[in-house]
Design a protein around this ligand. Sequence first.
Ligand SMILES: Nc1ncnc2c1ncn2[C@@H]1O[C@H](COP(=O)(O)OP(=O)(O)OP(=O)(O)O)[C@@H](O)[C@H]1O
Ligand SMILES: CCCC(=O)O
Length: 369
Amino acid sequence: MGGTMKIFTINPGSTSTKIALFEDETCVFSKNVSHEAEKLAEYEGISDQLPYRMETIRTLLAQAGISLEGVDAVVGRGGGLLPLEGGTYKVDEVLLDHAVRGANGVQHPAQLGPQLAHAFCSQYGGQAFVVNPPDVDELQEIARMTGIRGVDRRVHLHALNLKETAIRHAASMGRAYEECRFIVCHIGGGISVSAHKNGRMIDGYDIVGGEGPMAPTRCGSVAVSDILRYAEEHGVAETKKLCTKTGGFVSHLGISDAIELTGRAKAGDRYAGMVWDAMIYQINKCIGSMACVLGGRVDGILLGGGMVHSEDLVQKIRESCQWIAPVSAYPGEFEMEAMAAGARRVLSGAEAAKTYSGISVWGGFTYGG
Ligand SMILES: Nc1ncnc2c1ncn2[C@@H]1O[C@H](COP(=O)(O)OP(=O)(O)OP(=O)(O)O)[C@@H](O)[C@H]1O
Ligand SMILES: CCCC(=O)O
């Protein structure tokens, strides 16, 4: 392929839609629009938001005088898919169908990504892709087993940012991601802690299902007996919400913004300070367990996500974990860049686009069979 590669990326979030247009590696336009909660609440299912999100994006492009004519690829953050290995996937009929109906049973705005990519490519041409959706699940077999027969572990993580951070860090060391062993964390609205070995995310936590450290809106791992007692008092529906919406800072203090929480702590609120420190303590414990997963041979601990802007958080993680491996901070995220880079690797022929099989990568244990 000759000439400039024009790649449009779309990241639909729970309260916002981010878009960015890349010409080769350069981002020539980007916009992040916030949506009113009342507006999104008008739609019953996530996929029902498609026409509204489409219109929002069209308006943003028109206001900026940007046309998608001649676009080579449109990438949408994926979701709703069955567990799959990492990579760049073409949006075909099977993938689109699973995204529309949320085949994995989890409702997440990222499901809109492939639908939006498909819709824009139908109008302007180009190839529609999804790169490292939150459904990427590369767990090694031993990490799958729980203490309950028939209940196997799976993960939902910030795969897009985790892998891009690892790829970039490896490059900064003059190495390939596929040669390195990293512990990679995304510390933002949700918190992902994961072990990466030779290009695969071999362990991590199901942060949609309630595993891992507590986070601004998530309860994190809690003893089963405590969860059952809570469910008896508050009902199953309310208990489920603790996993992604009403746990963590929200449960303790009724707020989800870490800047506000740390502000209160600085002003002398000891409860806020304890919640902040307990979250960091739990992140450190999870990093420690991933160090064991990697047998103590770790090339680096990499931190991404919005809360990594906090020097206090980075320093406290360094104090506890620097003995494992050097800790590197990448505040914010590379999600738009990661989507563009995934498409570029395919368009340039460096990597082949994958086809989503529609079948989970994990078929279950055969238990002695
Ligand atoms: N300097 C700072 N100190 C502490 N927290 C900060 C700072 N800057 C940003 N944050 C926090 O980062 C969080 C948002 O992180 P991020 O932008 O990664 O989340 P998100 O994109 O909404 O969700 P997710 O990361 O799960 O996709 C907010 O709680 C915000 O308060
Ligand atoms: C699984 C990663 C995305 C999220 O839950 O916010």
